[in-house]
Design a protein around this ligand. Structure first.
Ligand code: KG4
Ligand code: ZN
Length: 368
C-alpha cells in the first residue's frame, strides 16, 4: 500500500491554506488571504485574521480537494500548524483540523510553521539533501539552519536575528516610505527603477568581530527611516525608488553573504532559501550569483510556495507520516511562540525527541 494522502492546514497569520500531498507530490492546494482587510490598519489585526480563518477554512479545504480531484474520504492524515503564530488564528486551524481528523478517523500531526517553509521546497525540487543549510526569511523570523533529516533530526540553529526579522524590516520601512502593506512586495516593486548604490545603508553584523551567522535588522530599519525623515524635514521629494533599491540591496547582501559563508564553513553543498522574503527578486538574484561563484547549489521554491500556504504543512505531514512519526493526541494545543527545534510540534511521552516513534504502531487509528 502507498502512503496516505495528507491534508495540510495553515492558519498562523493572515493566510488560510489547505494542501494535499502524497509521497512528496503536491496534489492540490488553495489559499485565501485576509490581507486586504488588514491593509488600512498597516499590519495584521489578530482578531480580524482569526475571524477570516473561520469563514475561509471549509471553502479552502474544498477547493484544494477539487483541484486534486479527491474527496474527503481520500484523506489519510491531517497536518496542521500548531505554532508559532497568532494565537486566535492558530486556534481556528487547529480546531478545524481536529474536527476533520476525528470525523475521518485519521491521525493528526502538529507541525512547526517554519518547518513548513523548509519543506515547501521539496514539493518543487524533491527531497532535501542531508545536510543542507537553510536560510529562513519571513515576516517574523530570520534564521540560518543546518538541516539533516527534517522529519527525524533536530534542527540546528547556526544563527538567528537578534531583533527584527528581514520581512519586518521591509514592512516597517515601507510604512515610513508611504508604501502599502505588505511592505516587502511594495519595496520590491518600487526598487525596480531605483539605484541600489544611491544610499549607503549599513550592513549590520558583518564586521570581523561580529557573530558570523546572526542577523540584526533594527538598525537598518532605523537608518532607512531617518533617511526618509531627513527628506521630509527639508521638504524635499523622497527618491523612493532609490531608497527601496538601496534597502533591498542591504538586506539581500547581508542575508546571502552569511548564508554562503555558513555553507563554506560547514562544508555543505546546498543552500535552501525559504519564507516570504525568498520571494524578493534581489534576494533571489544575489543568492543565485553568489552560490554560483561559490560552487553551491541553490534551491528556492517558486513564488506561490514561498509565502504562507497549506501545501507546505502537508509536505511536513507527509514526511512525518512516512517516517513513522507518532501522531498528536486529540488534546494537542497551540504554541504561539514555539521555538524551531523539530518539524513536529507535539512532544511525545517517552520519546525524548518529540518527533518520531515506532513506525508500526504510530500512524493510523489513534484518534478513533
Ligand atoms: O512567510 P510569510 O508569508 O509569513 C510569515 O510567516 O511571516 O512572510 C511574509 C513576509 C512579509 O514581511 C512580506 O513583506 C515579505 O514576507 N515578502 C517580501 C516579498 N514578498 C513577501 N519581502 C520582500 N520582497 C518580496 N517580494
Ligand atoms: Zn510564514
Amino acid at each position: 500500500m502507498g502512503s496516505p494522502v495528507v491534508l495540510g492546514i495553515e492558519s498562523s497569520c493572515d493566510e488560510t491554506g489547505a494542501g494535499l500531498v502524497r509521497d512528496g507530490r503536491l496534489l492540490g492546494q488553495a489559499v485565501a488571504s485576509s490581507m486586504d482587510e488588514h491593509a488600512r490598519f498597516g499590519g495584521v489585526v489578530p482578531e480580524i485574521a482569526a475571524r477570516a480563518h473561520v469563514s475561509s477554512l471549509t471553502p479552502v479545504v474544498s477547493r484544494a480537494l477539487a483541484e486534486a480531484g479527491l474527496r474527503m474520504k481520500d484523506i489519510g492524515a491531517v497536518a496542521v500548524t500548531t505554532g508559532p503564530g497568532l494565537s486566535g488564528a492558530l486556534q481556528v486551524g487547529l480546531a478545524g483540523a481536529k474536527g476533520l481528523a476525528y470525523a475521518l478517523g485519521v491521525p493528526l500531526h502538529g507541525v512547526h510553521h517554519l518547518a513548513g517553509h523548509v519543506a515547501a521546497d521539496t514539493l518543487e525540487h524533491g527531497p532535501l539533501p542531508d545536510p543542507c543549510v537553510v536560510l529562513i526569511v519571513s515576516g517574523g523570523h530570520t534564521s540560518l539552519l543546518l538541516v539533516r533529516d527534517l522529519a527525524r533530526d533536530p534542527i540546528l540553529h547556526l544563527g538567528d536575528t537578534l531583533d527584527d526579522a528581514a520581512g519586518e524590516c521591509f514592512d516597517k520601512v515601507a510604512r515610513v516610505f508611504g508604501l502599502p502593506y505588505p511592505g516587502g512586495p511594495a519595496i520590491d516593486r518600487a526598487a525596480r527603477t531605483g539605484d541600489p548604490g544611491a544610499v549607503a545603508f549599513p550592513r549590520p553584523l558583518t564586521g570581523p568581530g561580529d557573530a558570523p551567522y546572526a542577523f540584526s535588522f533594527s538598525g537598518l530599519k532605523t537608518a532607512a527611516a531617518r533617511w526618509a525623515e531627513q527628506h521630509r524635514i527639508r521638504r524635499a521629494r523622497l527618491p523612493l525608488a532609490d531608497g527601496a533599491a538601496a534597502l533591498q540591496e542591504a538586506v539581500a547582501d547581508v542575508l546571502t553573504r552569511k548564508a554562503v559563508a555558513a555553507c563554506d564553513a560547514y562544508g555543505v553543498g546546498t543552500l535552501v532559501v525559504v519564507g516570504g522574503v525568498a520571494a524578493n527578486s534581489r534576494v533571489r538574484a544575489l543568492a543565485q550569483e553568489r552560490c554560483r561563484s561559490a560552487g553551491i547549489t541553490l534551491r528556492v521554491p517558486p513564488l506561490r510556495l514561498c509565502t504562507d500556504n497549506g501545501a507546505m504543512i502537508a509536505a511536513v505531514g507527509d514526511l512525518l507520516v512516512r517516517a513513522g512519526a507518532l501522531p498528536a493526541p486529540l488534546d494537542v494545543s497551540i504554541d504561539p511562540s514555539a521555538p524551531l527545534e523539530y518539524a513536529a510540534l507535539h512532544p511525545v511521552a517517552g520519546s525524548g525527541t518529540g518527533a518520531v516513534g515506532r513506525a508500526d504502531t504510530a500512524v493510523r487509528g489513534t484518534l478513533r
